[in-house]
Design a protein around this ligand. Structure first.
Ligand SMILES: [Zn+2]
Length: 552
């Protein structure tokens, strides 16, 4: 019996060890055999996982369906932190970690050091390139760790190029990392130009100037109608409904949207952001970058980071159940097909690697959910803050303890608390207990709890991954599911709940097996997976793990 047990133990150890040593050997030889010439990172802003399945029947063979049928689909892929917003999302995909480590704790946040609200991509030390407006003063300096794109630059002795682009500056600046050759974003208004920052360059390269001088953007100043007959869009709600926001000057939020007529009252070229055309413009510019920068032309891998921002603008205006969202995804599918086809031609079929994910999901319009008898709602911030002010003066007297409220966090004045001989932990706790009693608030955490516990699952784990000791606030609120601070039309996001965390993750191309998994993967797993596929170092703050099934 003892002997049998011993041999069982040995064989267990061997079976445990053998695959490891074999795969270690494999991964040593892999980079030489399978290094792609180009990696294309695609982020579709505000893309819920179910957009892949809900509109599946309408997709063509060359876009989403091609990536799924030839590539690898991680069906149970999640954000593992809150707030689930654009800046943190892009930073997390590319750094392989969460705001607790990379420092991008929101799109905007209250900076404790300066006492100012800061924006995640802005940097006043730099100037705009390609415009006289201030919209180019950007850099990734708030992101305190390296990205997978930085690691590619280091690994290739800067011979591998990194180009990042998106309509939104933060959708380009953060993915590009600190060492990008260039990041480009869109300047709307009267210009409709692609611009950059002096962080990257002194002037726009010729291919960008040529692109801006052409009618590449202007040609989308035309009516937005549905791609297919609207009567076949059965996977979204009625076109005219009270849960959508119309464009300024429109009597109802319905197709066709006459963009030339709406032009002046909706910010001229900025109007295109809120239409499906914004993604086509982004694809056009990405293809121009592919050509203009000679990406994927030699054995040294380059990286093209593309973020599709219009999916988010359209979701915020019309909501996740709108005809506009359905049309935007059908058109994005065509744009992806066009992109992949060009990559086949310019880089070569099977010579490039693509991943596609999103920076956060979105909630169904709470007013719509309420009408369907689901629990949902809107925070009444006015009555909440009146009640809260009363509590504060009753409990703490005249002392001004609150410095700021943003991203569902209260920032307390530590100096005042110290000068009054109060314990920070006590003040945090009292405020937390008070807020927990308010309607619409489901949980409240304190900074003290975040710093003294280690949560491993559920909402506390998600909040902790978003909590940065140096930058986050003192009292952190979690609202009830489907309860938001937002207008009564359109969708929003930012919560730790499934509708905001569950997003697609597709891998496609060189070195990627065909398959799918329903095992949970998390956003910080993407960067180390790409690093492992290339045989290079993980970004220096990585907390995610390479996805084994993709590395087979
Ligand atoms: Zn976003």
């Amino acid at each position: 019996m003892k002997k049998y047990f011993f041999s069982l133990l040995i064989s267990f150890l061997l079976t445990g060890l053998l695959p490891v040593s074999v795969s270690a050997q494999e991964s040593r030889t892999k980079p030489i055999k399978t290094t792609p010439k180009l990696i294309v990172g695609i982020v579709a802003d505000q893309m819920r996982y179910d957009y892949l399945t809900r509109f599946w029947e309408h997709y063509g063979d060359g876009g989403f369906k091609r990536m799924v049928s030839e590539g690898f689909n991680c069906k149970n892929n999640h954000y593992n932190y809150a707030p689930t917003t654009t800046g943190p999302g892009h930073a997390s995909i590319y750094t392989g970690t969460t705001p607790s480590v990379h420092g991008v704790i929101g799109n905007n946040w209250y900076d404790k050091e300066s006492g100012q609200v800061v924006y995640c991509a802005s940097d006043e030390r730099y100037t705009s390139v390609g415009t006289s407006a201030g919209t180019g003063k950007m850099s990734p300096h708030w992101m305190t760790v390296s990205t997978v794109t930085d690691e590619l630059r280091l690994f290739t002795q800067k011979r591998g190029k990194v180009i990042a682009l998106a309509l939104k500056d933060r959708g380009a600046v953060l993915p590009g990392g600190h060492m990008a050759n260039a990041a480009y974003w869109y300047n709307g208004g009267l210009d409709g130009d692609w611009i950059s920052s002096s962080y990257y360059m002194d002037e726009l390269p010729k291919w960008v100037r040529d692109f801006n001088a052409s009618d590449a953007v202007e040609k989308y100043k035309k009516t937005w109608n549905t791609l297919k007959n609207i009567n076949v869009y059965l996977e979204s709600g009625p076109d005219n409904n009270p849960y959508e926001g119309a464009f300024s000057g429109e009597s109802a939020p319905v197709f066709p949207h006459d963009l030339p007529k709406l032009w002046e009252s909706n910010g001229q070229f900025d109007l295109l952001r809120n239409t499906a055309y914004g993604n086509s413009m982004t694809t056009d510019f990405a293809l121009a970058a592919l050509e203009g920068e000679d990406l994927g032309k030699d054995a040294i891998p380059d990286f093209l980071a593309i973020s599709y921002s219009s999916t988010d603008y359209v979701g915020h205006q019309f909501g996740v159940n709108s005809k506009e969202i359905q049309d935007t995804y059908l058109r994005l599918d065509e744009d992806l097909a066009r992109l992949l086809k060009q990559l086949d031609q310019k880089v070569g079929k099977g010579e490039y690697l693509v991943f596609l994910s999103s920076d956060h999901g979105a909630v169904d319009v709470p007013a719509y959910l309420k009408d369907q008898k689901l629990p949902a709602g809107y925070m009444d911030s006015q009555s909440m803050s009146a009640k809260f002010r009363e509590f504060m003066s009753y409990t703490f007297g005249d002392a001004k303890l609150i410095r700021n409220y943003s991203n569902a966090q209260f920032f307390l004045d530590h100096d005042v608390i110290r000068s009054l001989d109060m314990e920070l932990e006590d003040v945090q706790y009292k405020i937390a207990q008070e807020l927990l009693g308010y309607e619409g608030i489901s949980r409240v955490f304190t900074g003290h709890q975040m710093e003294t516990n280690e949560y491993s699952r559920g909402v506390p784990y998600i909040i902790q991954n978003g909590y940065n000791q140096k930058r986050s606030g003192d009292v952190l609120l979690v609202l009830d599911p489907a309860v938001v601070y937002y207008s009564r039309t359109g969708s929003t996001h930012g919560s730790p709940y499934i509708y905001d965390t569950h997003v697609p993750l597709l891998f496609f191309g060189k070195g990627i097996p065909q398959g799918s998994t329903t095992e949970r993967t998390e956003i910080p797993d993407i960067a180390p997976t790409i690093s492992a596929l290339l045989g290079m170092s993980f970004p220096n703050g990585t907390t995610g793990t390479p996805i084994e099934a993709v590395l087979d």
